[in-house]
Structure formats: C-alpha cells, structure tokens
Design a binder for this molecule. Structure first.
Ligand code: SAH
Length: 362
C-alpha cells in the first residue's frame, strides 16, 4: 500500500483537507506548513544561513552568544552558583548560540560541573547540527517541559516564539470572526468563519476595535511561557526570549512569509516558505506574571547588547584580529543598529523575584 504521505505533496495534502473538511484556521495552516511530520518547513531542511531563507543574530556574530553567556553566568552567580541547574534552549537552530554561550559561561568555575543542558527542537536536521556542535556538553533533547529536572532553570530562546502558529480574528459588526484558509476557484485564499467567537474570549485591550480590525493571538506561545514560568517560579531561574515583536497586545497583521531572503506570499509554496508573526510580548509577560514571576520592561536588542558591553567586546575581538576589524564592526552594526536588528528585535526577561538580570533598564 503506498503511503499517502509519500505520494501527496504538502500543498496537495492541505488542499485535499480543505476540499474534504472545509477551510482551516490560520494556526492549523501555519502548523502544517512549519511542522508537518515529514514535509513541514522546519522538518525538511535547514532554513538558516546564507544558503537558507534567513540569517539570525547568532549566525551574524559570535558576540551575540557570548554576551548572552555573560548574562546567564551573572544570573547563575546571583542564584548562589547552584551545584546543579538546567539550561534549556528553545529552538536552538544550528546550535551556534549555545556553543558561544557555553564557551564563555564555562570559564566560570563550577558552571560546567553543575550544567544540565536541555534542548527543545522539532527539526531532525537541526538536531543533528546541534549534536555535532554541542556534543561535548552532553545535551539532552526534551519533548516536553516536564523533562527539565527539579533544580533552578535558565531558559533561552532566540527567534523561537515568532515561529509558533497564530490565529487571526477580524472584527465585524456582530463580533470577531476567525480568519480561515479556504479554496476559491481551486486556489488558496483567506476568508472568514461565518460564526463569530464569544466576545469574552478576546483580549480586553481590543474590545473597542473598529470594524475590519485584525488581531493575532498566539495561544501556543502563551501556553509555553505559562508552563515554563510555573517551573521557574517553583525552582528559581529566568526566561530570556529575543525576537521581533511588540510590548503590549495590539491589533494589526504581522504574519509574513520569507523565502530565499525575500518576502513571499504566505499562501504559496507551503512547507517551502518560512512563516512567522511578530511576538506579542504583552501576552507573554501576562503569562509569566500570572505564574508569579517578575518581568523586566522590554529592552530593544540594541539596548540589551549595548548594556552587556558589545562595543567593548567588538574592540577586544578586533584588537586580537585586526584583519577582521571591519567585519566585526559591520556585525556589531547589524546587531544593534536602529535601522537594522537593533530596534525591531526585543529582549524579554521573566525571572524569579529578587534576581536582577543584566542588560535591562537600570
Ligand atoms: N535560535 C536559532 C534558530 C531560530 S529559527 C537561531 O537564533 O539561529 C527557529 C527555531 O525554532 C529552529 O531551531 C526551529 O526548528 C525551532 N522550532 C520552530 N518551531 C518549533 C516547535 N514547534 N517546536 C520546537 N522547535 C521549533
């Protein structure tokens, strides 16, 4: 018997599902596109880097991970240098960020001995790259957050939350209608569910939104934050998330497709286009506070890296390798420049009350 999976493309599978069962939510569409078991965007290949679809901060320069390493060591010291603790990365990509983090952090006596490294990753291709880079630290890949031990927990996530499926709702006179992906004349197109959702399920902040306003809601992100925050509240630690996003829940569409370093139609080439949405840090903050954590005011990536000393680090690296000075300065600009990644990307930190994470407002 041929396996349906092997004969239908992801595109055909999605269209077949819509034809037989009706239009699907944006979250269902995004979930299939990104994490379908064999053909999802993050399951099939390596999207990161010059040959892929996008380049991330740790791939631009080692300085990014090194500064996050200083940030983590500092928290670990504030916690009294626990003899056993877990460092968990969500969506570690090629393992570059964690390799740079650990090269710096393991210079602190005791850090390496106490370290229990856990990685949360959906992509088999990227798991292989993480294994190759991080093997010497004996990492374990976790499928659920119950597997993070019972000691203090430090969590790091760069460009992870933007990859989680979002739902979209559009305001109409009779309420909020979910936006759906259907087929019109055989082509995928957006439409709206005929039935409005109960108004009390929408965030209070958008109760007075004008007709045709669109809002995005990431239930998966809030769920992950809430679960991790409960563990951190119980066991001590912090959660650092860096991503493009906005500080408080608001309306407006941010869902985007990126393919080979250019914007692409989100409904075309499913499984071969990166889909992401800006992160609602307001919702993540509420989830963390709800679990009992303190939350820092959001910093821009530029502020965060500058406060952690990127200028000094760049000078030291350039001093040690004068031939690379221009490239190092260019990388620094790319990471902190307000017209580059410095302002679009934000740093979010939730933590046990009493800790003072470096890099946030003094
Ligand atoms: N942090 C890395 C990679 C960012 S890309 C960097 O900065 O370079 C997003 C990462 O999240 C990838 O590793 C991707 O495979 C992973 N990812 C995306 N959706 C996921 C999911 N639902 N569960 C686990 N990992 C996921």
């Amino acid at each position: 018997m041929p396996n349906v999976n092997t004969i239908l493309t992801l595109e055909e599978q999605i269209d077949l599902q819509i034809r037989t069962s009706g239009p699907i939510s944006v979250a269902t569409y995004m979930g299939l596109c990104l994490t379908h078991p064999s053909k999802g965007y993050y399951r099939a290949g390596d999207p990161i880097g010059a040959a892929g679809d996008f380049v991330t901060a740790p791939e631009i320069s080692q300085m990014f991970g090194e500064l996050v390493g200083f940030f983590l060591v500092n928290l670990w010291q504030q916690m009294g240098e626990p003899k056993a603790f877990t460092l968990l990365e969500l969506g570690p990509g090629r393992g570059t960020l964690m390799a740079d983090v650990l090269r710096v952090a393991c210079r602190a006596p005791g850090f390496r001995d106490g370290l229990d490294l856990r990685l949360f990753e959906t992509s088999p291709v990227l798991v292989a790259q993480q294994r190759a880079k991080l093997e010497s630290y004996d990492p374990q890949w976790v499928e659920s957050f119950e597997q993070v031990g019972d000691g203090p927990l430090l969590v790091v996530a760069n460009e992870f939350f933007d990859a989680l499926p979002i739902r979209q709702f559009v305001r109409k006179p009779d309420g909020w209608h979910e936006r759906l992906v259907g087929l019109v004349d055989g082509r995928r197109a957006f439409g709206l569910s005929p039935t409005p959702i109960p108004p009390e399920t929408m965030p209070a902040a958008v109760a007075d939104a004008a007709p045709d306003t669109l809002i995005e809601v990431c239930f998966a992100g809030a769920e992950i934050m809430s679960r991790l925050a409960k563990i951190v509240a119980r066991q001590g630690g912090s959660i650092l998330a860096i991503d493009y996003g906005y500080p408080a829940t608001r309306t407006g569409e941010t869902l985007q497709g990126v393919r080979r370093h250019a914007y692409a139609d989100v409904l075309e080439n499913p499984g071969d286009t990166d889909l992401s949405a800006h992160v609602d840090f307001g919702t993540l903050a509420a989830a963390a506070r709800g679990a009992g954590l303190a939350v820092q005011p959001l910093a821009t990536q530029g502020q965060f890296l500058t406060r952690l000393g990127i200028a000094e680090r760049a000078r030291a690296l350039a001093g040690a390798n004068p031939g690379a000075a221009d490239a190092i300065r260019a990388a620094q600009d790319r990471l902190v420049g307000t017209d580059q990644m410095g302002e679009l990307f934000k740093a979010f930190c939730a933590h046990s009350p009493g800790l003072v994470p470096a890099g946030f407002a003094p």
